[in-house]
Design a protein around this ligand. Structure first.
Ligand code: AMP
Ligand code: MG
Length: 493
C-alpha cells in the first residue's frame, strides 16, 4: 500500500500500537473505477477534513482503502462472536479495514473504518465485497439514528467501486467509510480472553477504559467498573431503540460496541405498526432478535462480556463471578429507568418514574389497535393541543383511545403544566420522519440503477426528524397496505 502525503485528517494508531495481537496489517483491494455516491460534508468538517480534498482522486483512494494516509497502519481487526447464540471463536473483519484513528480538532479520537474494501485473512468463504444498496442503507439509517439523537457510528462516505458483486443477482459494488468512537466489540473481548497471553486482555481493558469510560480507571477494580459502564451504556442505548421502534436485526456479540454506539447496520429496520414480535431479518428464523426481545438479548450479550472479563476481574473465580453477576443484574433496572423516562417524555409527563401502568397500557393499546408506532406517538401532541382526531384515526377501534386518554389527561392535569409547552416538548422527542422501509427500499432500488435522487431527498428529510415540513407529508405515512406485514430485509450485504 502506498502512502499519501495528502493530509486529509490528523491520524493516530493507538489501537494497533497497544494491541498488535488483535489485528493484522492489511490493505484494501482498491476500486477499478471509484465514483463518490455520497459524502457527509458536515461530518467531514467536524472531523477536521476539507470535503473537497475527500472528493479529489487522492481522497477517494483513501476512502476505498487503496492508499494508507500518513500516520496510519491499516489493519483487519480480529474478534470472536456469538452469532444467533452459537459461538465462533474467529470472526474478524472479513471485508473491512480499520484505516486509523482520526483525531478531530477538539482532540477526540474516532476510528475510520472501511466496509467492502476487499478480502482479508478473516474473510473465510466471503468475497470481501459489499454492494451499493446495503452500504447506502447503512449510510441512511445510521445518519437517521444520529439525527434522532441516538448514539451510533456515522457514515462519512459511500464510494461505488465500478466493480460487480455477485449476490442473489449481480450488483454494483461499493465501499462504506464509517466513523465510530471505536470498533471495540463484545466480540473483541471474547477474542482477547481466549488468547494465551493474559496481558492482552489487561491491555485491551486499559485501552477501552482510556478511550470510552475513563472514570473506570479511578475505580478500585477498573475491569469491573468498565463492565458497569458498558452495562449502563447498553441499557441506555437499547431503551432508545425501543422508544423509536428500531429493530437492529442482528444483535450478535460481534455487533455490540463497548462505546454504547449502535453498530453494524445490516437487516435493521423501523417498525410501522407497533408489535413486539416484529422481525425483519430473513435469517432470524427463531425471532431471536425480534423488537420486543432486544432488551433481553442485550443482557444476554452483556453476560458474554462478563465471561470474557472474568480472568481480569479477580484471580479468585467465585469472587469475580459474584462481582460481575451483581453488576449484570442491574441491567433490567437501568433499562427500565431509561425507557420509562423516555416514554414519559413522549407522552408529555415529567414527574419521577413510578408506576408505569399508564405507559405499559399505552403499548398494549397500540399493539392491539394496530397503531403505527411513529405516527401514533407523534399524534399525541395534537391531542394535548385539543384535537385527538389523528390519534383516534390511527386505531382500528377509535373508541379504544378514550379510556386510556382519560387516565392520561388526569396525569397531565395533575402535573399542571401549560398544554402548549407540553405539546412542544412532545414534538421534540416524537419524530415525524423515520426511515420507513418502503421509502428506504424505493431509494435504494433507484440508487442501484444509478438514480440517487430519491436517496438524496430521503437523506435530507431524515436529517431533521422532529420538524414537520409541508410538502413532506408522504414521508410521514406508514407503508401502503401490502408492504408492511411480511416485509423482509436480507443479510446478503
Ligand atoms: P456481519 O453480519 O456483517 O456482522 O458480519 C459477520 C462476519 O462475517 C464478520 O466477520 C464479517 O467480516 C464477515 N463477512 C460478512 N460479509 C462478508 C463478505 N462478503 N466477505 C468476507 N467476510 C464477510
Ligand atoms: Mg458485524
Amino acid at each position: 500500500m502506498s502512502v499519501t502525503s495528502t493530509s486529509l485528517f490528523r491520524f493516530d494508531d493507538s489501537f494497533v500500537r497497544e494491541l498488535p495481537e488483535l489485528s493484522m496489517p492489511w490493505k484494501g483491494a482498491g476500486a477499478a473505477d471509484p465514483t463518490l455516491l455520497v459524502l457527509n460534508e458536515a461530518l467531514a468538517l467536524e472531523l477536521g477534513a476539507d470535503p473537497a480534498a475527500l472528493r479529489a482522486p487522492d481522497g477517494l483512494d483513501v476512502l476505498v482503502g487503496r492508499v494508507a494516509p500518513e500516520g496510519t497502519t491499516p489493519v483487519a481487526m480480529g474478534y470472536a462472536g456469538h452469532q444467533f447464540g452459537g459461538f465462533s471463536p474467529r470472526l474478524g473483519d472479513g471485508r473491512a479495514l480499520l484505516v486509523g484513528e482520526i483525531v478531530d480538532p477538539a482532540g477526540v479520537r474516532h476510528d475510520l473504518h472501511l466496509k467492502g474494501s476487499g478480502r482479508t485473512p478473516f474473510a473465510r468463504g466471503g468475497d470481501g465485497r459489499a454492494a451499493v444498496g446495503p452500504m447506502l442503507r447503512e449510510h441512511l439509517v445510521s445518519e437517521a439514528m444520529h439525527a434522532l439523537g441516538i448514539p451510533t457510528t456515522r457514515s462519512l462516505a459511500v464510494v461505488a467501486t465500478g466493480e460487480q458483486v455477485q449476490r442473489e443477482t449481480v450488483l454494483p459494488g461499493a465501499v462504506l467509510a464509517r466513523v465510530a468512537a471505536s470498533h471495540l466489540r463484545v466480540g473483541t473481548f471474547q477474542y482477547a480472553s481466549r488468547l494465551e497471553d493474559r496481558s492482552i486482555l489487561r491491555r485491551l481493558i486499559d485501552h477501552a477504559v482510556t478511550r470510552h469510560h475513563p472514570h473506570a480507571a479511578e475505580a478500585e477494580n477498573p475491569a469491573l467498573a468498565l463492565f458497569e459502564a458498558v452495562v449502563e451504556a447498553q441499557a441506555a442505548l437499547v431503551a432508545q431503540w425501543m422508544l423509536v421502534g428500531f429493530v437492529h436485526g442482528v444483535m450478535n456479540t460481534d455487533n455490540v460496541a463497548i462505546s454504547g454506539e449502535t453498530i453494524d447496520y445490516g437487516p435493521c429496520a423501523f417498525m410501522d405498526a407497533h408489535d413486539p414480535g416484529t422481525v425483519f431479518s430473513s435469517i432470524d428464523e427463531g425471532a431471536r432478535y425480534a423488537y420486543g426481545n432486544q432488551p433481553h438479548i442485550a443482557q444476554w450479550n452483556l453476560a458474554r462480556l462478563a465471561e470474557a472479563l472474568l480472568p481480569a476481574v479477580d484471580d479468585d473465580q467465585p469472587t469475580a463471578i459474584s462481582g460481575l453477576t451483581r453488576v449484570l443484574e442491574t441491567f433490567p433496572v437501568r433499562y427500565a429507568e431509561h425507557w420509562s423516562r423516555g416514554m414519559r417524555a413522549k407522552v408529555g409527563l415529567q414527574g419521577a418514574p413510578g408506576d408505569d401502568a399508564l405507559l405499559d397500557d399505552l403499548l398494549t393499546l397500540m399493539y392491539e389497535q394496530g397503531a403505527d408506532h411513529t405516527a401514533f406517538l407523534r399524534s399525541l401532541a395534537a391531542a394535548v393541543r385539543g384535537d385527538d382526531t389523528a390519534s383516534r384515526s390511527l386505531l382500528t377501534d377509535p373508541a379504544a383511545f378514550d379510556a386510556w386518554a382519560t387516565r392520561w389527561r388526569a396525569d397531565l392535569a395533575a402535573e399542571g403544566r401549560d398544554p402548549a409547552a407540553v405539546a412542544d416538548g412532545m414534538d421534540a422527542v416524537n419524530p415525524v420522519y423515520v426511515p420507513r422501509n418502503h421509502l428506504v427500499e424505493e431509494a435504494l432500488a433507484a440508487a442501484t440503477v444509478g438514480d440517487l435522487g430519491p436517496f438524496g431527498r430521503l437523506l435530507d428529510v431524515l436529517a431533521r426528524p422532529f420538524e414537520a415540513r409541508s410538502g413532506l407529508e408522504a414521508y410521514a405515512l406508514p407503508a401502503p397496505s401490502g408492504f408492511g406485514p411480511g416485509y423482509r430485509t436480507f443479510c446478503g450485504t
